[in-house]
Design a binder for this molecule. Structure first.
Ligand code: PLP
Length: 390
């Protein structure tokens, strides 16, 4: 008999929502009008100036590898963006362009984690983080967090959970699935707590730009030695182009470059050329219109769900998710999602995809649909709750 596949691959869980998605697609193929609130990507297609820049790049023959660190012009444009948006100076030499934020996570975990070592992560949180750590034979130490700490790691939690095998902490601001944001003070105290223990602080800023009524501070405003993951997927609306970046301390760049060369050679060159258009004022204006649209959706859906009896303990300030407690209705979150899919043709994500701590009685709604579709979804939720026997 052939050897079994690797233990590391067996340890990785699929997205539980995929089973629901497969069923949603079946229902759709049978002619039902399914509303998708499970999908973690903007419903808007990529903005026209970026598409045009991508087409021009293809015509000009930019179809080959780039340098492993990425196009110098794009790294400079990102550095300019840090100066303009956050007032921080970032040397373009510290920026590596990656295949999505996922590529940045792969580089950071490969660089920072030895076998048996781990990072502290918030539970609930983005599930792939712990899987990346497993792939490098390290691990995640999941720290249960609730509304009392804004669903985020704090310096106090870092102190309490740090052990001899901990080498860092990864936080996301805004976070998936809760949409909560870390303040500058929160970031400064997390930075202090990790530095005091000679650990690394990794901050996922992938949902930056998608905050409502406020701007999220970057950890680089308070800690130049932090590792920052970012992406063109969410605010810049380029999920399918697979493009992101990592900002690293200067002394880490050569090792990261070596990893990038070996792991993926370079990020997609067409996407990199296209992304140069992101930083033009006209394109930024499109992103800002979309951000305003997400704010309108949140401002509609949040009170509508609360009125129906969902508990959303902390007002999410960013991303495009609402993480809702269904305890008032009884029953298990996965069964709850199945019920709404079968009876109302409405898809959303069970808490199980984001950890264990609150998983059984939480679900995530993504407001990645138009307002009229969200209104229709709320009607379906109201109706579906009447037939739910939790
Ligand atoms: C918190 C978080 N980090 C990272 C990613 C990875 O996204 P990408 O690889 O498209 O940049 C996602 C995607 O949903 C996410 O929610």
């Amino acid at each position: 008999m052939a050897h079994p596949y690797s233990a590391r691959s067996r340890a990785i869980e699929p997205f539980h929502v995929m089973a629901l998605l497969a069923r949603a697609n079946e229902l759709q193929a049978a002619g039902h009008d399914v509303i998708h609130l499970e999908i973690g990507e903007p419903d808007f297609t990529t903005a026209a100036p970026i598409v045009e820049a991508g087409q021009a790049a293809l015509t000009a023959g930019h179809t080959r590898y780039t340098a492993a660190r990425g196009l110098p012009a794009l790294r400079e444009a990102i550095a300019g963006f840090y100066a303009q948006r956050y007032g921080v100076t970032v040397d373009p030499g510290r920026i590596l362009i990656t295949p999505g934020g996922s590529g940045a996570l792969l580089l950071a975990s490969s660089l920072l984690v030895d076998p048996g070592k781990h990072w502290l992560l918030a539970d609930p949180g983005y599930p792939c983080n712990r899987h990346f750590l497993r792939l490098v034979e390290g691990g995640a130490q999941l720290v249960p967090v609730g509304p009392e700490v804004n669903y985020q790691l704090t310096a106090e939690l870092v102190d309490r959970h740090w052990d001899q095998d901990t080498v860092g902490a990864l936080v996301a601001s805004p976070a998936n699935p809760t949409g909560t944001v870390l303040s500058r003070d929160d970031l400064a105290s997390l930075s202090k707590a990790t530095r005091e223990r000679n650990g690394h602080l990794v901050v996922d800023e992938i949902y930056h730009g998608l905050t409502y009524g406020m701007d999220a501070p970057s950890v680089l405003e308070v800690d130049d030695s932090a590792f920052v993951l970012n992406s063109f997927s969410k605010y810049f609306g380029m999920t399918g182009w697979r493009l992101g970046w990592l900002v690293a301390p200067p002394e880490a760049v050569a090792d990261l470059e070596k990893l990038a060369q070996n792991l993926y050679i370079s990020a997609p060159s067409m996407a990199q050329h296209a992304a140069l258009a992101c930083f033009e004022p006209d394109t930024l204006a499109i992103f800002e219109q979309r951000r305003a649209e997400f704010a309108r959706r949140r401002d509609y859906l949040l009170p509508a769900l609360r009125e129906l009896g969902f508990r959303i303990a902390v007002e999410p300030q960013g991303a495009f998710y609402l993480y809702a407690d269904i305890s008032a209705f009884g029953g298990d979150a996965f069964a709850f999602c199945q019920h709404f899919l079968e009876t109302e043709h409405l898809a959303f994500t069970p808490g199980l995809d984001f950890g264990r701590h609150l998983a059984g009685h939480h679900v995530r709604f993504a407001y990645t649909q138009s307002l009229p579709r969200l209104e229709e979804a709320v009607q379906r939720i109201a109706r579906g709750l009447r037939s739910w026997r939790g």
